[in-house]
Design a protein around this ligand. Structure first.
Ligand SMILES: Cc1cc2nc3c(=O)[nH]c(=O)nc-3n(C[C@H](O)[C@H](O)[C@H](O)COP(=O)(O)OP(=O)(O)OC[C@H]3O[C@@H](n4cnc5c(N)ncnc54)[C@H](O)[C@@H]3O)c2cc1C
Length: 307
């Protein structure tokens, strides 16, 4: 109850507090911070996917800057021999502004990734963007851009039919619950319905020959996923688990120790605020985090006593 209330008022918590308590979820503000984090993850047997923070951009020049930042990421990953691909939010590349602009950016990034033997994951955002994002994915694939994958959200009622419609492309899909709160018309709200949809979606994707990124920290779903891949006798290079930086790292260690592949989502950049709010709102111990940070600051005030 308290957690729920705190999660709702987070948008009025001062930004410096949000920044401090969300630092575990973000590699830092610079590319060097991200590559440092990825190197440490790789050393622990974990792959990565780097996200340049930025979303719902409304100015075409900003999309150029984000696209350039991703090109730099691909070059740096290559130069440093890191095991990391990239995850891209279509609205950060202009999806809402201009579909063709976004498509040109994505084509360029997928081309650059292909040349470097790498891969681009198109993140999925809120339900108003699902049609455009899936259309974009289909157009990229039709144009011969193959080093690219998409995301489907198990909490959306449409997902099982989207899997059927995409099947001819044998897409590389990340399946996750989905972070955005949508209307009841389009989204399952019941916890068990979402779990059921996740399991059904994973089975349908694997049965249509897709490579699947299983993105969850939910222990029951991870058990189900292990059962599903074992029943199908899948080699470890036919699927991977995926988790977010800073969320349940011990659970991730256990998956790696059992021989599964695991990829960690590593966000970095100056646009940290919206991403941080989403992660904090999902943290079941948010009240404890905010309280310990605030109490800590009261007991150890900064030089000017401010937060
Ligand atoms: C690699 C990756 C990529 C993703 N990409 C997308 C995307 O493109 N589009 C999209 O809509 N969503 C995306 N998501 C977010 C996802 O849909 C969920 O919002 C998020 O992963 C939490 O769902 P869960 O399956 O872990 O289950 P939950 O039931 O939310 O969490 C299971 C358990 O994990 C722990 N946990 C979860 N979140 C936190 C947290 N923030 N802090 C501390 N503990 C936590 C808790 O112990 C919780 O009980 C992605 C998630 C991952 C892991």
């Amino acid at each position: 109850m308290l957690n729920h209330a705190i999660a709702r008022v987070l948008p009025v918590v001062p930004r410096p507090v949000v920044r401090r308590i969300s630092s575990r979820y973000i590699a830092g503000s610079e590319l060097d911070d991200a590559t440092y984090t990825v190197r440490a993850l790789n050393a622990r047997g974990k792959m990565a996917t780097i996200d340049v923070l930025g979303e719902e951009i409304t100015d075409a020049r900003e999309t150029d800057a984000i696209a350039a930042a991703y090109e730099e990421v691909l070059a740096e990953v290559d130069r440093r021999h890191l095991d990391s691909n990239i995850s891209v939010k279509p609205t950060a590349l202009g999806l809402i502004l201009d579909f063709d602009l976004c498509k040109r950016h994505l084509q360029q990034l997928v081309h650059r990734a292909r040349v470097r033997d790498n891969f681009v994951r198109i993140d999925m955002e809120d339900a108003t963007t699902t049609d455009a994002t899936l259309a974009m994915y289909r157009e990229l694939r039709a144009g011969g851009y193959d080093a690219v994958g998409v995301v489907l959200q198990a909490s959306l009622k449409r997902t099982i039919s989207d899997i059927g419609e995409l099947a001819d492309l044998r897409p590389n899909v990340r399946i996750c619950k989905g972070i955005y709160v949508e209307s009841r018309e389009v989204q399952f709200r019941d916890y068990h319905a979402v779990q059921h949809s996740f399991v059904n979606s994973l089975e349908a994707l694997l049965d249509s020959g897709c490579y699947v990124g299983i993105a969850t920290h939910d222990e029951w779903l991870i058990q189900q996923a292990k059962r599903i891949v074992a029943e199908r006798g899948l080699e470890r290079d036919r699927y991977e688990f995926q988790m977010l930086l800073g969320v349940r790292p011990r659970l991730g260690d256990a998956l790696v120790d059992e021989g599964h592949r695991l990829r960690i989502y590593v966000p970095f950049g100056s646009h940290w605020y919206e991403y941080s709010l989403r992660r904090l709102q999902e943290n079941p111990s948010i009240a404890g985090y905010v309280a310990s940070d605030t109490v800590g600051r009261v007991l150890r005030p900064g030089r000017n006593g401010s937060l």
